[in-house]
Write a protein that binds this ligand. Structure first.
Ligand code: SAH
Length: 350
């Protein structure tokens, strides 16, 4: 397979273009065609000579995803199933907020983390997505919807910190002012808690928002929900989070999916307050979405509100996340590879 030209940031692209015997400014032109004009063919790069276009075609691919399926929720959220051109497929979700469009991207095909409440875990891990494949999710939706997306969250399928290099490269590409020009502040990385990578991210000191999928302040409970807790327990995770805050001076967002009679009692809220007291943070409460064959059920609204109020009373800023796209299985934890496996038998993209 030819190299995916979207895997290169501008500096790398310059080197490649020089290797092809061309002037470096050509790289800027190409970069703009790819990431600003969002073209689907090298032939659309009309300010390049025919010869250069041919050289690009011989050496690279624009890696344009096929849309295999697109579903729209009652609330306007859209879920895309993309053919990533090697027989695999992934999902991305587009949400519209008052401040603009947010895309939720996948970072891997499948996930190794095994969280018991998350549908993405259901199917075996296949591979990491490359930087270009992460960015192409945004470009493909912008082409399809004819919109500009302003925010991006790594909350789709996969564990972004388990694909650290490619995710960092994708962020560099997204940030580049000569391309998509999405500021790091508009990007969130969500992790199940890969402690060594949180330290690495802290030292890198980029301005992205870090979200930690906490879900319980109690080791026994968290280990039941998230096997990763057996490797990096809550104490180690919190130590890494404190280091992150100290290094970046940024507030961390803790995700807490409330499951009925599991982690939604007042005693759970008390443990959470004890854990987070005094920390520069925010708690995002998510009514857990039940997954097929999953043992966790959504908390009652009453409990969710009680839980939030208790945290707020104790000085911990907590908000309840608005659920988007649950009717099309596009909400948190509902992305999966079911469709992905089905698509292998589909004949043609739509
Ligand atoms: N692997 C990363 C990112 C993907 S999940 C992580 O674990 O953070 C994005 C968010 O959705 C995480 O906070 C995750 O814990 C949450 N989530 C997963 N399954 C869910 C479910 N069934 N209901 C509500 N939230 C869920």
């Amino acid at each position: 397979m030819k190299k995916n030209i979207k895997d290169y940031n501008l500096d790398d692209l310059k080197k490649l273009i020089i290797e092809l015997g061309e002037k470096p400014y050509r790289a800027e032109q190409i970069f703009k065609w790819i990431f600003v004009d969002n073209v689907v063919s090298f032939d659309d790069m009309t300010n390049l000579s025919l010869e250069l276009r041919q050289k690009l075609k011989d050496n690279f691919d624009l890696h344009i995803f096929n849309i295999l399926q697109k579903q729209e929720s009652k609330d306007g959220t859209k879920k895309y199933l993309f053919d990533v051109l090697d027989g695999n497929a992934i999902e991305s979700v587009l949400m519209e907020y008052k401040h603009g469009f947010t895309i939720c991207v996948s970072s891997q095909i499948g996930c190794k983390m095994g969280c018991k409440f998350c549908a993405s875990t259901g199917v075996k891990f296949s591979r990491n997505l490359s930087a270009g494949e992460i960015v192409e999710q945004l470009l493909a939706i912008e082409r399809d919807e004819k919109i500009k997306i302003s925010n991006l969250v790594f909350m789709g399928i996969g564990e972004p910190l388990d694909n650290y290099e490619n995710v960092m490269k994708a962020i560099e590409i997204l940030n580049n002012q000569k391309g998509i020009n999405m500021g790091a502040r508009h990007i969130s990385i969500s992790t199940s808690g890969l402690v060594p990578k949180i330290y690495e991210l802290a030292d890198k000191n980029i301005q992205c928002t870090l979200s930690i999928s906490l879900h319980s302040a109690n080791n026994e409970k968290r280990s039941q929900m998230m096997p990763i807790n057996n490797i990096y327990n809550i104490e180690e995770l919190m130590k890494a989070c404190r280091y992150y805050i100290e290094k970046t001076n940024k507030r961390i967002s803790f995700e807490y999916a409330l499951a009925k009679e599991n982690n939604d009692n007042l005693s759970d809220a008390k443990e959470l307050v004890k854990l987070l007291k005094g920390m520069l943070c925010h708690v995002n409460l998510i009514p857990i979405n039940k997954i097929e064959n999953g043992k966790y059920n959504k908390s009652t609204n009453e409990n969710i509100i009680k839980f939030r109020n208790y945290l707020n009373e104790k000085g911990i800023v907590a908000t309840i996340r608005r659920e988007l796209g649950s009717d099309i299985d596009a909400a948190c934890g509902q992305l999966r590879k079911k469709e992905v496996d089905r698509c292998k038998y589909m004949q043609k993209p739509i």
